[in-house]
Design a binder for this molecule. Structure first.
Ligand code: NAD
Length: 497
């Protein structure tokens, strides 16, 4: 069986821990590979390699850094099919979706190619007689990234391209469930000319994560994953004096007003709820039907949901692939039965769905629940699978209150033809990313990504200008070139003249 390695100092390094994680092909349910989990010493080696590399990388010219990033972008373009193939093989999502993931990750590499513009400082001349003030931003040093299973290429690329463009060096701890894409991303970065040690990958579990959080040479931590772990990461990183941004889970509501185009809304609800088997932090998991739209909308969603083609991700005919593991598939299915017991109407039941020839794969059909009580587990928990809940609200105000009462605030969307209502929604809703007739409003690379409430712990969002701020620290330089006229003793506090 193939054993996946770390990537430290520009080369593959095998773990000696003797501890391994299983990497499955979710479409067959077979374990295809194993990944060695890092020891504390192996994490130390990765951090030491990053620390060594920081000396020259942090001082390297913007021209050199961006030349490597442009080359990296070209290599990613050439290898996008191959990277998508690695994603599908270990995550299970369909190939077209995996290609989309690579493209959205490459957006951040493209943003990083223009880092020279974003790192331009500010200069104020003659703030006082013969005195100038300049503000510049400098890299932090070694920074770490810890990423989830659901976007094994895109989420790492939300982090390291900007971090290294800013002059930092990076240690990535990818999800142990689908680690190959990260390794390939690191290999290609070396091929593009990135010096050894600037980008390292350590594989592992809590042992590796905890050591990164405690390590005195790690200056900052970017995390993306579930809410309980995000909270933990923030607390532990702060305890150890680190800068931290920790993006957590979600429960994204899509509000449909009575004047919306219901066919369009139904199409978008199906795409956003069941795409990638619902394993997206920006998936729509709740539709809030306002007024008398509910019955018609549920019927339209059900009709579409029943016709989705579920199958292996490498079959071009498949629209939805399997879930990540057997345990996760079974947990998702349990929400459909608990919802029925807790008062919801099960309109489409996808539990028990099998795919011919792939009976042992981690497949689940899609489910649609209507009139889900707000007290039901299926409403309260993040399910992270192909289960869409519909709740009814009598008015716009009731619908917005319901969204604002949710503990999460990652993304949300409104479907309407009423510009005034859409504008009110943008201002009143408590979520970090809002779509107007756009169901999955993941911001483009040059606008930052992040949620509110239990969807983000920390201050700065990820990538875009927040990303640059996160990976740099400000310095302000006040300069005066001496002139004989300035001579003399003055113990007063500096003031302007
Ligand atoms: P997860 O929280 O289980 O794991 C994320 C990372 O944390 C992995 O690298 C994992 O190895 C590590 N980890 C897990 N348990 C740990 C522990 N006890 N101590 C230290 N480290 C630990 O998340 P997941 O299941 O891989 O991903 C799905 C979750 O990620 C969902 O909740 C989803 O909403 C969320 N997510 C959020 C965003 C966002 O931008 N807000 C994006 C993608 C995914």
């Amino acid at each position: 069986m193939k054993t996946l390695t770390h990537w430290i100092g520009g080369k593959p390094v095998e773990s000696v821990s003797g501890r391994f994680g299983a990497v499955y092909d979710p479409a067959t349910g077979e374990q295809e590979k194993q990944v060695g989990f890092a020891t504390v010493d192996e994490v130390d080696a990765a951090v030491a390699s990053a620390k060594d590399a920081f000396g020259s990388w942090g001082a390297s010219s913007l021209a050199r850094r961006t030349a490597i990033l442009f080359k990296y972008r070209e290599l990613l373009d050439v290898h996008r099919e191959e990277i998508a193939g690695l994603i599908t093989a270990e995550h299970g999502k369909v190939h077209s979706d995996a290609l989309g993931e690579v493209a959205r990750g490459m957006e951040i590499v493209e943003l990083a190619c223009g880092i020279s513009v974003q790192l331009k400082g500010e200069l104020s001349t003659q703030v006082s007689t013969r005195v100038d003030v300049a503000s510049i931003r400098q890299p932090l040093g070694v920074v770490a990234g810890i990423t989830p299973f659901n976007f094994p290429a895109m989420v790492p690329m939300w982090m390291f391209p900007l971090a290294i463009a800013c002059g930092n060096t990076f240690v990535l701890k990818p999800s142990e469930k689908d680690p190959s894409a990260s390794l390939r991303l690191a290999e290609l970065a070396s091929e593009a000319g990135l010096p050894d040690g600037v980008l390292n990958v350590v594989q592992g579990d809590k042992v590796a994560v905890d050591h990164l959080l405690e390590h005195p040479d790690v200056e900052a931590v970017s995390f993306v994953g579930s809410t309980p772990i995000a909270k933990y990461i923030q607390l532990k990183a702060v305890e150890h004096g680190k800068r931290v941004q920790a993006l957590g889970g979600a429960k994204n509501h899509m509000l449909v007003l009575p004047d919306a185009d219901l066919d369009l809304a139904a199409d978008q609800a199906v795409n956003a709820a069941y795409g990638s088997a619902g394993e997206r932090c920006m998936a729509v998991s709740v539709v809030v039907a306002v007024g008398d739209t509910g019955d018609a909308l549920v019927a339209k969603i059900a009709e579409r949901a029943k016709n989705l083609r579920i199958g292996p991700g490498d079959d071009p005919a498949s629209e939805m692939g399997p879930l990540i593991t057997r345990e996760h598939r079974d947990k998702v299915a349990s929400y459909v039965s608990s919802a029925a017991e807790q008062g919801a109407e099960v309109v489409v039941d996808g539990t028990g769905h099998t795919v011919d020839g792939h009976e042992t794969g981690f497949f689940l059909g899609v489910s649609l629940l209507d009139r889900v009580p707000l007290t039901a587990d299926a409403y309260r928990d993040e399910i992270f699978g192909p289960v869409l809940a519909v709740v009814r609200a009598e008015s716009y105000d009731e619908a917005v209150k319901l969204i604002n009462d949710s503990r999460w605030g990652n993304g949300t969307a409104i479907f309407t033809r009423d510009g005034g209502a859409a504008r009110r929604f943008q201002l009143e809703v408590k979520a970090g990313m809002v779509g107007v007739n756009v169901p999955i409003p993941v911001p483009v690379g040059y606008h930052s990504f992040g949620g509110w409430k239990d969807s983000l712990f920390g201050d700065l969002h990820i990538y875009g200008s927040d990303g640059v701020a996160f990976y740099t620290q400000g310095k302000v330089i006040t300069t005066r070139w001496p002139d004989p006229a300035d001579a003399g003793i003055n113990l007063g506090f500096p003031s302007h003249s």
